[in-house]
Design a protein around this ligand. Structure first.
Ligand code: FES
Length: 144
């Protein structure tokens, strides 16, 4: 049984969409053939000012993505880095045992997007133009 918060975020997901020229982008899963989560972060002076997501997955995955966007908005990147799947599950007042793994999608995509930001910040010349973000995201292996 889902909590009221899970149902609310599933029925009214926050921050759905795409951010052009995002500073950190992640793609977890495969949009061509399965569940996936895309995350876009706008970051100004190491603070996340906007966060958006696109997701195909179960209600728990969508609720986790939605609450993750709320949790990170306004936070310093170091604070956002500390957001784990447990933090996400707590923010939703829990998930059914069989759905706990769905929270991993949100936490993983957040961390990959932050890694993407850190990489761009350290080597901005490699990311001039943001073509990859405009193409719809980067895979996890792209940022490793
Ligand atoms: Fe696959 Fe939730 S995302 S069961």
């Amino acid at each position: 049984m889902y909590s009221e918060k899970v149902l609310d975020h599933f029925h009214n997901p926050r921050n759905v969409g795409y951010l052009e020229d995002a500073d950190g982008v992640a793609q977890i899963g495969d949009p061509e053939c399965g569940d996936y989560l895309l995350v876009f972060l706008r970051i100004c002076e190491d603070r996340i000012t906007e966060a958006r997501f696109l997701c195909r997955g179960c209600p728990a995955a969508i609720a986790c993505a939605s609450v993750t966007m709320e949790l990170v908005t306004g936070r310093h990147v170091d604070e956002a880095w500390d957001i784990t799947d447990e933090v996400i599950v707590d923010a939703l007042d829990g998930l059914p045992e069989g759905k706990l793994h769905c929270s991993n999608l949100g936490a993983m995509a957040l961390h990959v997007a932050l890694l993407d930001y850190f990489e761009r910040k350290n080597r901005p010349e490699e990311h001039a133009g943001g073509e990859e973000a405009q193409a719809g995201g980067r895979s996890q292996s792209d940022t490793a």
